[in-house]
Ligand binder design. Structure first.
Ligand code: ADP
Ligand code: MG
Length: 879
């Protein structure tokens, strides 16, 4: 884009000047009721939004491409653009045209960017998913140290965690941020990891992450003199957090959101779960990327948006701290027992608006009357929840949470008195202050409304005076109030004596418009009153916002506590409705599950109502079996069993009850889940390579508290390669990692290993053969599978009979060969009739009908016209 020059209009000069500051964003340039886009911005936006591209004026001799979106519908377009990866600079008119005119006839209205909208900095309810957090993250590496900091600007929740580059992938998979800030010149690898996590990478100049300037920046943002008041920070931590703050201040034009004190997340406070495991266990979305069908979607019973966001965090970030887990589980247990209270609390919570986000908008000066109303209602509901809870002897977590819900009487009364029940969206529209709140406002509005009834009276008077009953007083934005008659009556109005009163203003195609001195005076009065009323309302609005912000910290605590209570009650509701139990957690290395179930598969089976889910035990102990080697035919339920145990561990440490009759779990530090390549087609890389890279990661990382599930590892390559890799992997897990593991395999040869590896035992998912068919019992038992039933499973899948017969012959020969000590190939060549009659039997000829035979005999090229006609008669008769 070029610098402004002499030939451009003043407005275009202004546009170009502003645009120059935001080269990487689309500039939404406010013109009256539209945001207009020009030049390349217009071309890009028109295409992305599928709106018409027009042109307006010329720049350096060429047409200026333009498109626009109406202001009232702008949010939808914004969302669309942000989703498509654009950033948008919103440029508003900072004065009205009248003010501009005062400065000189040719002045352009002053404009400025009020906000840069990026994926990580959204606050509008319409742009955000209510039940999901929207994180802006910042990653920095200072020498060998790294830090990842992240903030949800709609709630002000800010956290940071040490993050060496190798942890970036897993951390981004855990948090799923919308946008990640990095320093310019970051290595490509970092950018790739970010894009693989589905986030937008935003590169900022190195200075933004300067840790010396960062200290000041953080202190200023939190209004503290010394950083030590906020916690302990390394250099990388300061750099990452200050990067966040600087970016927020740029995008929000100096206005910072209500940041909560930075929370440090120590790595070993939480269960480590890498990206592949998360995907594989389908925690928050399924392998195909949908929310429905994920673990979260099946267990989420929360009734508030903040509760849903907290539950998602619990599931994605389970704890490793026994005390924390116990505290949470006790809260769930309490609500489990108190079903009456639980119901009452949940009913009250259900009506609670999103206090966290409404407060966030107030802080950013982006709120409307509805946000204040929401806060008022929120406080009132919270007070009710408090009243319900305080009648009980609460466990510590709930006791603390309840304490945050009270003490807002003053603010609540004020908001309640001030606001009408259903206020409009925008403060500038007025009409949201309740009558009786401000005497001055009431007087002014009375005057305004009174004047309106005076107009009605005046209209009647003028109609009488002029004897024109159709005379009307109307209003539009150009003329203000005016008197309107039809052209036929106008003659009389313009002649004496009426012309003494009525002053002609305008003649249109089918009407003539007049005014009077009296009407002019009244109009001024109305305008003054209306303007004054709006002014007063805006003052009141600002005053209320200030009062709310005085309580900001307490309101944030209230919001957090509400979420805690909601999650505890929701998990209790889930546990009671599904018969889940409280797990026993300890610091052993046991993993004992009785009658465990897979929550998602069970729900799916229940929905189909065809079969029941078969519950299964799992028994791993540090002095007995640490590894179960699971064999069984395809479709028997091996994968389900593996995942259900990983999910039970995860749920337990998230503070939830678990789908089992009894569960005793020694704290798990890491959960790993891998699936052999054939199941993982969604990703582009060589699948076998992926499988091996991921298996390597487990063998290198799993400590003795890890829980590892390996599902048919080695499947992605030839039999002997795969078998050897699986074999060696199992040995490594047993000898080196010494962790708890479930290992499903179709290599029956591996079952022999139990003789050699002390802590490995065989288990199998049972099936029964019934009249040549296989029946899945889905029951996990100690011992090895006798055979794989592959042919029977293939039959279930509808393989043609001939192929099945042939497969049986091949299988028999192979098995016989093996028994008799030949190599497999030899067995095939020696014993197998290569062209078995069963396999090659041709399909029996189907019987042809008379009609078909007749058709077949026709030779069209040799028919005369007459013969053809005869043939038609002949065929018809046969039919
Ligand atoms: P495998 O990994 O052995 O091939 P899966 O675990 O994929 O088998 O299970 C196949 C299907 O069997 C599942 O989709 C589910 O419908 C059913 N299934 C698995 N486990 C159970 C169970 N414990 N009870 C009932 N049905 C089950
Ligand atoms: Mg499987």
């Amino acid at each position: 884009m070029n610098k402004p020059d002499q030939s451009v209009t003043p407005m275009m000069a202004q546009f170009l000047e502003i645009k120059e500051e935001y080269p990487s964003a689309l500039l939404f340039y406010r013109m009256g009721d539209f945001y207009e886009l020009f030049f390349d911005d217009a071309i890009a936006a028109a295409q992305a939004l599928d709106i018409t591209l027009t042109k307006r004026g010329k720049h350096q001799g060429a047409d200026i491409p333009m498109c626009g979106v109406p202001v009232h519908a702008a949010e939808g377009y914004l969302l669309n653009l942000i989703r498509k990866g654009f950033r948008v600079a919103v440029c508003e008119q900072l004065e009205n045209p009248k003010e501009a005119k005062k400065r000189g006839a040719k002045s352009v209205v002053k404009r400025g960017v009020v906000r840069l909208v990026t994926p990580g900095t959204l606050t509008e309810d319409t742009l955000l998913h209510p039940r999901e957090s929207n994180f802006l993250a910042s990653f920095i590496q200072v020498r060998s140290q790294g830090c990842l900091a992240w903030v949800d600007i709609s709630t002000g929740d800010l956290r940071y965690s040490p993050c060496p580059p190798v942890r970036l992938g897993p951390e981004l998979a855990r948090l799923a941020p919308a946008e990640v800030l990095v320093a310019e010149g970051s290595v490509n690898e970092t950018l790739e990891i970010i894009s693989e996590a589905g986030a937008a990478a935003t590169e900022l100049p190195q200075e933004v992450f300067d840790s010396t300037a960062g200290v000041d920046r953080i202190c200023k943002a939190y209004g503290v003199r010394d950083l030590s008041g906020l916690g302990e920070f390394g250099r990388a931590d300061i750099a990452a957090i200050s990067g966040l703050i600087e970016y927020l201040s740029t995008t929000q034009k100096g206005q910072l959101p209500l940041l909560r004190r930075p929370v440090y997340e120590a790595r070993d406070d939480f269960v480590a779960i890498d990206a592949a495991t998360r995907r594989n266990l389908e925690l928050t979305q399924t392998l195909s990327g949908e929310r429905s069908g994920s673990l979260l979607s099946v267990i989420d019973r929360s009734v508030t948006a903040a509760g849903a966001r907290l539950l998602a965090r619990r599931i994605t970030t389970p704890s490793q701290r026994l005390a924390t887990i116990e505290e949470r589980a006790s809260a769930v247990a309490f609500f489990g027992e108190q079903s009456g209270l639980r119901g009452a609390v949940r009913t009250t919570l259900k009506q609670l608006p999103d206090v966290e986000r409404a407060l966030g908008r107030v802080a950013l000066d982006r709120s409307g009357p509805r946000d204040l109303r929401a806060l008022g209602n929120g406080i009132a509901q919270a007070t009710q929840v408090y009243a319900l809870l305080q009648q009980h002897d609460l466990p510590p977590l709930l006791q603390n949470a309840a304490a945050d819900l009270k003490g807002f009487e003053g603010l609540s009364d004020e908001l309640d008195r001030a606001m009408v029940a259903e206020p409009p969206l925008l403060a500038r529209d007025g009409g949201f202050v309740a009558t009786g709140y401000s005497a001055e406002l009431d007087e002014t509005t009375a005057l305004r409304d009174e004047a309106r009834s005076v107009i009605a009276k005046m209209q009647a008077e003028y109609a009488g005076q002029s004897e024109i009953s159709s005379l009307k007083i109307k209003h539009n934005n150009v003329l203000g109030y005016f008197i309107e008659t039809t052209a036929t009556h106008a003659q009389r109005m313009m002649a004496a004596p009426l012309s003494e009163t009525f002053i002609h203003r305008q003649t249109t195609a089918n009407a003539v418009r007049f005014t009077t001195v009296e009407l002019g005076d009244l109009e001024t009065k109305i305008l003054n009153a209306a303007g004054r009323a709006t002014g007063l309302e805006l003052e009141i609005f600002a005053g209320l916002c200030a009062q709310v912000l005085d309580h900001a910290a307490a309101l944030q605590a209230l919001a957090v506590s509400i979420a805690e209570i909601d999650v505890a009650a929701a998990l209790a509701e889930l546990a009671m409705s599904k018969g889940w139990v409280r797990p026993i957690l300890n610091d052993s290395r046991d993993f004992i599950i009785e009658q465990g179930r897979h929550p998602v598969v069970e729900a799916a089976i229940k929905a189909q109502a065809t079969t029941v889910f078969v519950a299964n035990d799992c028994h791993l102990t540090s002095n007995g079996d640490m590894v179960w080697l699971l064999t069984g035919p395809n479709m028997a339920g091996k994968s389900t069993f593996l995942r259900q145990n990983a999910l039970i561990a995860l749920l337990a440490q998230a503070g939830s009850f678990v789908p089992a009759a009894r569960a005793e779990i020694g704290i798990v530090s890491q959960i790993f889940s891998r699936v052999g390549a054939a199941d993982d087609l969604a990703r582009g890389r060589s699948t076998f390579m992926v499988e091996m890279v991921e298996t390597a990661a487990i063998l290198n990382q799993a400590d003795d508290r890890a829980l590892v599930i390996l599902d048919e590892i080695g499947r992605g390559t030839s039999t002997y390669d795969g078998l050897s890799i699986a074999w060696a992997t199992l040995e490594h897990l047993h000898d080196v990692n010494r962790c708890r593991a479930l290992f499903a395999t179709h290599y029956h040869e591996l079952t022999q290993l139990t003789a050699k590896l002390r802590h490995v035992d065989n288990a199998t998912v049972t099936v029964r053969e019934y009249q040549g068919d296989v029946v899945f019992l889905h029951e996990v038992k100690k011992g090895a599978a006798d055979r794989s039933y592959g042919v029977q499973v293939a039959k279930l899948a509808g393989l043609p009979q001939s192929v099945l017969e042939r497969a049986k012959v091949v299988l028999d020969a192979l098995e016989r060969g093996e028994r008799e000590g030949h190599s497999k190939q030899k067995a095939l060549i020696d014993d197998l009739p290569l062209f078995s009659s069963v396999a090659m039997s041709a399909p029996a000829p189907s019987t042809q009908s008379e009609l078909e035979k007749a058709f077949e005999a026709i030779k069209p090229d040799s028919l005369s016209a007459k013969q053809a006609l005869d043939l038609v008669y002949d065929l018809k008769s046969k039919l």
